[in-house]
Design a protein around this ligand. Sequence first.
Ligand code: TXA
Ligand code: MG
Length: 331
Amino acid sequence: MITLDDAVARLTKGDVVALPTETVYGLAGLALNIETVKKIFTIKGRPATNPLIVHTSSLEKAEELCEINDWANKIASQFWPGPISMVLPKKDIVPNIVTAGNETVAIRVPQHPVFLEILKKLEQPLAAPSANPSNRTSPTEAKHIKELFEENSPPTVDGGKAEVGLESTVIDLSAGTPTILRPGMITRTELANCLGMDVGTLKSKTQYKQVGKDTQSSAPSPGMQPIHYAPKTPLNLYHSVGEFWDSQNFDTGDVIIVSEEKIAEEIRAKGLPDSTYLSADGCPHEIAQNLYSTLIEQDAQKANRMHLIFSGASTGVNWAILDRLRRAART
Ligand code: TXA
Ligand code: MG
């Protein structure tokens, strides 16, 4: 672990460090330094076609990097600093490597006091993807970074457990109607209310494939790849205890994770082993906050298989949770 001042010194030199944000930990480096950005891609094992989010300390600083339109102004004034990234037309100062050659850049002002203070001390923007090897579960605690990267883990500032626990909502405001590319804690309804209009979504895998094919790129937002955020242990997803029970998939050496305590009781009533619950009462914010840490901790147990029962409907914050769970599940 390193201190905040040490992180500032290393970042100034062009090094890459892991920093806390309110969503998940980020693998941060100077966004305008091409060599640094290359290091981020290498450490993460991330394909050069998947663009990075750039973090600034304020809307004014963001405006040096991209074209801020009316929608962006509205969203920034209501939700920044906070867990939402906006895709906007980029200015020339942003290197193409950051945006994977796109004419747009994803920008966010994060809320975590440590990250904000570092941005203010540096007076420069930081590119920061989630601090996990490509396609693995994002870290929500400093100790996860060592577990995920093992001997290759980057120097890390410990900022405690991430409050949100899921990556930021990504909304494309660069052309056409506002479209959510990645659901998150800031919901579709909140965004529609803020903008005074309906907000689109990338609805289904079919649509994702279609867009990918039309544009000759792998995906409109590569975080939308079908397999992503995955633990090493295979994960099966169910929507009720009945569905899980009927599947007859459970075997000794497997673990069970459930969204709320009352489901854990149903599991116990069936004579199955104890399960881990994500929330006492099914509160989506609590589930989101505990989801990745539970997946990473259970992954370390080296179970044969994880069975996760999530009973919530796919709306609001639950839409973001289910989006991540579907991508984490391999079957
Ligand atoms: O909460 C977060 O957003 C975290 C913290 C560290 O800020 N960062 C994060 O970054 O999740 P990353 O790189 O893991 O995810 C960035 C997502 C990807 O799905 C990427 O494809 C999308 O944003 N993205 C970035 N730039 C884009 C662009 N110009 N157009 C479309 N999608 C973009
Ligand atoms: Mg990520």
